[in-house]
Design a protein around this ligand. Structure first.
Ligand SMILES: Nc1ccn([C@@H]2O[C@H](COP(=O)(O)O)[C@@H](O)[C@H]2O)c(=O)n1
Ligand code: CDI
Length: 157
């Protein structure tokens, strides 16, 4: 039996915040703004997984009004989501992730992010793809006002 899920998330780029994407800290003069650590990629992975098991979204499970999640490590949030997936008897078939960012250049960090996503989903790296694209300077990502991510996940049992 297969279940498919998709996720999409956006976080604003601001001064004075770390830029954490896929659990990897990226050196950059701007960072991602949010209630948690604002890891746009891990939020999107979590949303895709929750979608696949028909469990809503991360805002439902980890409300941004709860002080418990202030500056929360999104790796921990994703691990909780992955526990829910496993409790339902599913494992990862594969996951495909796209980071939409004019900057920073993601290429040097893609391998570390891929390994980390595989680790968090207790899977192998050959089940995980991570890629990046600019929007050719167009729109809010093109103006470097924020970073978006898009994820499709396939679960199997
Ligand atoms: N933030 C980014 C965006 C893109 N890349 C890499 O550059 C390639 C070309 O980007 P286009 O938007 O022109 O398609 C892309 O395929 C990525 O490999 C990147 O490293 N960081
Ligand atoms: C992750 C949570 C946790 O409070 O906060 P944010 O970092 O603001 O992220 P967002 O994707 O806007 O919403 C989900 C929230 O639940």
């Amino acid at each position: 039996m297969f279940r498919i899920g998709q996720g999409f998330d956006v976080h604003q780029l601001v001064e004075g915040r770390p830029c954490i994407i896929g659990g990897v800290r990226i050196p950059y003069q701007y960072g991602l703004f949010g209630h948690s650590d604002a890891d746009v990629l891990l939020h999107t992975v979590a949303d895709a997984c929750l979608g696949a098991i028909a469990e809503g979204d991360i805002g439902k499970h980890f409300p941004d009004t709860d002080p418990k999640y202030k500056d929360a490590d999104s790796q921990v949030l994703l691990q909780e989501v992955w526990n829910m997936v496993q409790q339902r008897g599913y494992q990862l078939a594969n996951i495909d992730c796209t980071i939409i960012a004019q900057a920073p250049k993601m290429a040097p960090y893609i391998s570390d992010i891929r390994s980390n996503v595989a680790r968090l989903l207790q899977s192998n790296t050959d089940q995980v793809n991570v890629k990046a694209t600019t929007t050719e300077t167009l729109g809010f990502t093109g103006r470097k006002e924020g970073i978006a991510a898009q994820v499709t996940v396939l679960l199997t049992k």
